[in-house]
Design a protein around this ligand. Structure first.
Ligand code: DX5
Ligand code: ZN
Length: 221
């Protein structure tokens, strides 16, 4: 499967969101938007109005990571705002199958995200009904945390399970991804790389994004 770079704007200068996205557009495939509600995680960030505000400023795929306690409730507003894909935390879903179907019914790609301590078994029964799996490599909530390499075996197991199904399911990693941690994820089979601080915390975010593009496209695995 094609490998994608999805810069996360969480730690970008949010007062200039459209300009920050423009900086990384050439190198990026997707723009990763972290939607948090102050309940599922202790942080409160972007919601549908901000997604809608950004929509006219970029043609890129808007990849919304929902760290909220009721992901299904947000789906219609996110679809209306122009989100292309949504990842919902399996820990927050009482009926993952229904939530995935709802997202798909609204014309969005549908994914399931897992916290580092959540077993892969929670998403395996849904592999035929989703477009993306996201094993988080930090506790969700904040950018700039250290990568948890205990998640690598789960990424590899997810890659194997996806390959067995033979369906085009993306395998995303998010949290502490930088030049040192990305290659291990790529070797484990991840193919969508969310990068926040390592791009927007860099002196030159455009150059940093370009370097990640090369890192993702280069090398075996
Ligand atoms: C954390 C978010 C991430 C965050 C990643 O809960 O899901 O998308 O922006 O930032 P870095 O790359 O700094 O870990
Ligand atoms: Zn995220």
């Amino acid at each position: 499967m094609i490998r994608r770079l999805a810069p996360s704007v969480l730690n970008a200068d949010l007062a200039q969101l459209a300009d920050q996205v423009r900086l990384v557009e050439d190198a990026a495939d997707w723009i990763h938007l972290d939607v948090m509600d102050g309940q599922f995680v202790p942080n409160l960030t972007i919601g549908p109005p901000v997604v809608a505000a950004l929509r006219p400023h970029t043609q890129h795929y808007l990849d919304c990571h929902l760290m909220v306690s009721d992901p299904e409730a947000l789906l219609p507003a996110l679809a209306e705002a122009g989100a292309n894909g949504v990842s919902m935390h399996v820990e927050a879903l009482e009926d993952p199958e229904r939530a995935l179907a709802a997202a798909a019914g609204l014309g969005m790609d549908a994914g399931l995200a897992l916290k580092p301590g959540t077993p892969l078994d929670t998403v395996l029964p849904h592999l035929d009904d989703l477009d993306l799996v996201l094993p988080m490599t930090v506790e969700p909530g904040f950018g700039g945390q250290a990568f948890d390499d205990r998640v690598l075996p789960k990424i590899a197991a997810a890659a194997r399970a996806i390959a067995e199904r033979g369906r085009p399911v993306a395998l995303q990693v998010d949290g502490g991804i930088n030049a040192a941690t990305l290659p291990g994820c790529r070797e484990a089979g991840a193919n969508v790389f969310v990068v926040g601080t390592a791009i927007f915390g860099a002196e030159d975010p455009a150059a940093a994004a370009k370097a990640f593009r090369e890192l993702i496209d280069g090398g075996a695995g």
